[in-house]
Design a binder for this molecule. Sequence first.
Ligand code: NOJ
Length: 737
Amino acid sequence: MSSARDMNSLGKARDVETRIGSLLEVMSIEEKVGQLNQVQCTGPNVVEDLAHGIRSGRIGSVINVVDPDAINAMQHIAIHESRHGIPLLIGRDVIHGFKTVAPLPLGQAASWNPGLVRECARVSAQEATAYGINWTFAPMIDIARDPRWGRVAESLGEDPFLASALGAAMVVGFQESANGEADTLIACAKHFAGYGASEAGRDYNTTNLPLNEMRNVYLPPFKAAREAGVATFMTSFSDIDGIPATASDFLLDEVLRQEWGFDGAVVSDWDAIHQLCVHGLCENDVEATYLAARAGVDIDMISGVYERHIPELVATERLPMERLDTLVGNVLRVKIQAGLMDRDVTVLPEEPARMSGLALVREAAAQSLVLLRNENAVLPLDATRLDRLAVIGPLADEPAEQLGTWVFDGDPARSVTPLAALHAMLEGEVEIDHVRALETTRSRDRSQFDAAFAAAQSADMAIFFIGEEAILSGEAHSRADITLPGVQADLVRHVRGAGKPVIGVILAGRPLAMGDIADQFDALIYAWHPGSMGGPAIADTLFGRCVPSGKLPVSFPTMSGQVPIYYAHKQTGRPATPETVIHIDDIPSGAEQTSLGMTTFHLDAGYLPLYPFGFGLSYTTFDYADLSIDRHHVPLGGRVVVEASITNTGDRAGTEIVQLYVRDRFGSLTRPVRELKGFERIHLEPGQSHRVRFELHTDELAFYGRDGAFAAEPGDFDVWVAPSSVGGLHTHFAITA
Ligand code: NOJ
């Protein structure tokens, strides 16, 4: 009998495929299926409950055990007491931090900083692996264009280019290692694919994605993750055009394996193989098992159907043994390549170093903040000119809420809240009057409104910390009305009556529709859920120790009914313009329908977002000038170079995120009105200029066209170097055949 222990001694030089082959030769069917079987177990006796299954090789992976002693004990059984000594995959959702929590992925995306995102993932990996966890179910790189969907919080936003860059950075951050692989956290690109298009933004709902939309919008971040070396993929829960992703031969075989050459492992989402029956794709678990195994799901996350039914499917030769071996080989490959078979996977349960993590997530929080409004430069505040601040709202001092969704292990004790940070910063200088005013963001109790008003009246200004608690976004937490919950907007209007400047800091897991309230704030900072060190980052920004640089990774609707609203929409045959929009209030009574032949807008909301993708203000200003392009005609396979000079025209140093957009004017399929194709963060001192240079290869303009082929098409292109998805410096070029 050969065992992983024996093979370890042969060292890494031995070819991975040979190792897999040798194991497959000696494994029983039950042991093979065991590698495909991920189990969950909670309760006090995890190790006892799972010991037999692990020892007999019937469990290859465990989810949601985080006690290092239990993990050590389970690994010990797997390695030393099972026939082949194959270690377990220990999975956990480490989404934006383990103990130390970085901003929500959507907040991290507002930094447009792949390097920072990568470092945040690295901290997660170091902390989680110190507990024995070796597999995270992140990054979630579903394109999210409907913020009713609660999982927009966990996404990297609406744009394939930005999500690709940041998702790939996360993959590298999780999986790279500074420590002989001991701190490698296997990443998982999820949810493959199209989950973000759930109808009505209702979680788990059906998606209807035309192939070109799937290919051109939803798949690119997954391809980027694949290219970044992600070791695993997770299937989406959803039904896409009648075939749930978990049984999709097209996605799992044709695209992932054949086109992209992926040789890692695919895990189903939670119970999703069994749910193929619930979807109505098949009548029973035997059939569900067959469909998922045939399509290419390697690991069954907790439904147990693989363990129960694969042996009979193989025995009846419905599922060929070669197919089973392929699935098992994929799992073994992940374990071998992550080094799990070649090192001691047990951990010494000790607190990993925290301080570097805290400093990093503080920086990440600062870079995630987006300044949406700053009338009369009310921000930054100057403590020497203030005597008293009214700090109002249910989220000023909530250590757990500021962590956001998906922080099963996050330690609220490590959070520094905005209120605590303001006290620490302003101690002895400025008095702070904190009025919570509402028990929760959803509360409808107005009894503290007058207390909040009085606090504002006797202060120099009011700073609101409002938005959504963590529970209002994330998985299974979708909302149909995405305005500020409860009576928070009324509270702001009420306090505004005190006549003092009003600053809003919004903590939320989604872009809220604030068309009816945004102009009540003199200044507005969008803080997402900023993580452990959100408080100091916000205080630093309010008082100018940090200059905001974040830009929106999603469009902000004016009102809920506008969604999905995103910048890279199609032109339509009747594009709206400011001149063509009619507002409902301007329709005279008794008017007859005159609007036939009009354009694409809502009578009550127009057609523009409240804040566009890519938008964000600074405490300084940036001028864009001197756009140049090195050629106006570029042959297929050639490159075009676009440059512009960006100057800091204010009196503070600041960071600008310069964005490159193109529009393919005519295509074999209609193309978006703009598409992000590049971005660069530049830091400029007052008066300093920098010439930004973007080089675009025609391959970067390729898309899946009418004939299904991926190619750039000759024709005219617009190009912009811009501070957001609106405006900017414009020029054009043409691709020639
Ligand atoms: C269901 C979620 O959709 C998925 O993202 C997560 O990783 C698994 N549950 C495991 O918790």
